[in-house]
Design a protein around this ligand. Structure first.
Ligand code: GAR
Length: 204
């Protein structure tokens, strides 16, 4: 049984998709905790209602990024995680924190990386006039939004799309690919070789 700790900053819809899939598909894993940097993160309510341990490590309570990351790491490690899942966790992480979870921390980013790292990805995509946009699940490295890619999902950009409509269609895809990737991880189907992720054939 693998332990998964999920970090959220807000709504937590990706976290909810993962919790639901883990239950419905009876993964060899349990969601050990959902942790947020914000006490008002909606996702915490869903987790608590599903009997999952929750915790808040408020970034505002720490004078520096380093001290926040140390406190966060201590809280996460109370649950002996095999995997840390960033699900809309809106903090830039320090290199020692990232190194501590090397090869066992995943993130979802709302663009087809390496296009549009950073914030406001749907606006970036609309401004660039791309005709295909999407989401990426990747392992986290110290290089923001540039870790080894595990899975991507694409959507067409439609002529009348707004940030809202485009983000909604991308989010639907996020809810499909993120649980799938977490499942592959807990089933030991992922390997990283020279920055390239290989997925066990059975998983495809
Ligand atoms: C998701 O669209 C996720 O891809 C994005 O935040 C949203 C969180 O939604 N993450 C990032 O932008 C990370 N840089 P959720 O809280 O409903 O899962």
């Amino acid at each position: 049984m693998k332990n998964i700790v999920i970090l959220v900053s807000g709504r937590g819809s990706n976290m909810q998709a993962i919790v639901r899939a883990a239950q419905a598909e009876q993964w060899p894993a349990r969601i050990a905790a959902v942790i947020s940097n914000r006490a008002d993160a909606e996702g915490l309510n869903f987790a608590a209602a599903h009997g999952i341990a929750t915790a808040v490590v408020a970034n505002k309570a720490y004078p520096s990024r380093e001290e926040f990351d140390q406190a966060l790491q201590a809280e996460i490690d109370r649950y002996s995680p095999d995997l840390v899942v960033l699900a809309g966790f809106m903090r830039i992480l320090t290199p020692p924190f990232v190194e501590h979870y090397a090869g066992r921390m995943l993130n979802i980013h709302p663009s087809l990386l390496p296009s549009f790292p950073g914030l406001s990805t749907h606006v970036q995509a609309l401004m660039a006039g791309v005709k295909v946009h999407g989401a990426t699940v990747h392992f986290v490295t110290a290089d923001l939004d540039h870790g080894p890619i595990v899975a991507q999902a694409a959507v067409s950009v439609l002529p009348n799309d707004t940030e809202q409509t485009l983000s909604e269609r991308v989010l639907e895809q996020e809810h499909i690919i993120y649980p799938r990737v977490v499942r592959w991880f807990v089933e030991n189907r992922l390997a990283i070789d020279n920055g390239i992720v290989h997925i066990d054939a059975q998983a495809q």
